[in-house]
Design a protein around this ligand. Sequence first.
Ligand code: GLA
Length: 393
Amino acid sequence: MKKKLIATTSEHFKSVFQHKPEAVFLSPGRINIIGEHLDYNDGFVLPAAINKYICFAVSVSETDECTLVAKDLNETYQFNWRDEIQPLDKMWVNYMLGVLHQLKERNFSLKGINIVFSSTIPMGAGLSSSAALECGFGYVLNKLFHLGLSREEIALIGQQAEHTFVGVKCGIMDQFASVFGKKNKVIKLDCTTLEHEYHAADFKNYSLLLIDSNVKHTHLTSGYNTRREEVEAGLAIIQRRFPSVKTFRDCIEEQLIELQEELGETLFKRCHFVVNEIRRVNEAVYALDRNNFEALGKLMFETHEGLSKEYAVSCEEVDFLVDFVKNEKQVIGSRMMGGGFGGCSINLVEKGSEEALFEKISQAYFEQFGIQLNRYKVKIAKGTSKVKKKIKN
Ligand code: GLA
């Protein structure tokens, strides 16, 4: 599939620009094992890049003109990179212009560029197609124009692009996972310092099954930004009473309970989720390192419960997916993944049982909601990279 994506993107480039691309790049989507809505809460997360990609075929142009071609949407956007850059009403363009804007702010000198890109990352499924687009584009510009940016800077620029040109106040997890992914490794990322360590993603007799509810979301209109405001308000109340609490990481459940009335029902629930999720990530890494998959799976179920009931970022359809598998003994863990409000559930299931399970759940889901499910088989892959092989055609 990767080869096909590279070939079709390169061919399309050739048919649009009448010459071969100068280089081709791959920028992956991501999964997250556990640690949801923690990246903007000074927590830890456990994501990994996957073998679903946005492929960029590129060349430097002779002028200052840039041509961006979104092959899958059959849309093109042309502009001069020296002109003032502002967000438009075309979302895919904004992810890219946002990155360019960040680079211009840092006074990098660029040139015109021709790009065709195409993707195998489903959109709105919680697999971070946005981060793959932002960071992939940043990576391309960094390589083509020798900007000398580190991977960390590319991830941060991607995040800033999303804040400023898309309007979603996302954390750093998606960008970081896309850029820093390693084959067969999950990344334990400390979202305060960006220190990170890789852990083996070997689930032995279990596999990860992604089930897409096909309920699409955009975090611009979901409750994502509101959640950020709520936890900030909650933390301010906690800090007023307990000045030693600098971040949620320093906060313990007993302190929250003491403040329950002052926080009020909503803020209490939001903060309660965050404090417990931080604990769960550490327990999950401990379990993973010891091949204790039952413990890991149990934590995933607990995370879902918190995301659904306390953080309120799930939806009826994804709750159904998780509730359904609680009765299937081949499934030892399940939860919504990513920002929420739709998208995928991630399931830890006995190897070999995926097909039958998916059939069963698809039928029940269709009866309930009249929606077809999708499933994705993913492998844990390396982060953003330049395709090394010589480009044929
Ligand atoms: C989205 C955001 C991330 C993160 C997740 C929830 O994917 O882009 O920064 O907050 O939601 O964990």
